[in-house]
Design a protein around this ligand. Structure first.
Ligand code: HEC
Length: 131
């Protein structure tokens, strides 16, 4: 009987932690690297190099529109005043870039799936984790 109870509570704990894991989708950097292929024509996240778009190396936690030698649109500079690319701002922007920054020169419709966004942010936070 005692053993039976112990098994029962172990099962309860397992169920509870599964439920918590399901609530917030933790991003997966490896999956994010695959989603990032959509950005690669214009961005790199592993070098301090600008392409059509500014380098995204270290973008999580970086101020908006501060990459040197990159010519941002007026729209992005105005939007970015005093803002930092934290996870929330990135998630909002990447879902519908042209609605969030009206007049941005970033020609990208946006990522529809919240999991893709979470994965890409995990990748941007730590590109080396995808290796
Ligand atoms: C067609 C080219 C293109 C694609 C594809 C593209 N971007 Fe961009 N991105 C740009 C340009 C250009 C800018 C600068 C926009 C401006 O100044 O208005 C930019 C800006 C950004 C910024 C702001 C950076 C800063 O320094 O403030 C982020 C973050 C960003 N892009 C992320 C992404 C992600 C993630 C993807 C893929 C899901 C992506 N972009 C796809 C061209 C692109």
């Amino acid at each position: 009987m005692k053993r039976c109870l112990r098994l029962f509570s172990a099962a309860l704990i397992a169920t509870a932690s599964l439920a918590t894991a399901g609530l917030a989708h933790a991003g997966d950097a490896k999956k994010g690297a695959i989603v990032f292929k959509k950005c690669q024509a214009c961005h790199t996240a592993t070098e301090a190099k600008n392409r059509v778009g500014p380098t995204l190396q270290g973008v999580v936690g970086r101020q908006v529109a501060v990459v040197e030698k990159f010519k941002y649109s007026k729209a992005m500079k105005e939007f970015g005043a005093g803002k930092t690319w934290d996870e929330t701002l990135l998630a909002t922007y990447l879902a519908t870039p042209r609605d969030i920054v009206k007049g941005t020169t970033m020609a990208f419709a946006g990522l529809k799936k919240p999991e893709d966004i979470a994965d890409i942010i995990a990748y941007l936070q730590d590109p080396a984790a995808a290796n």
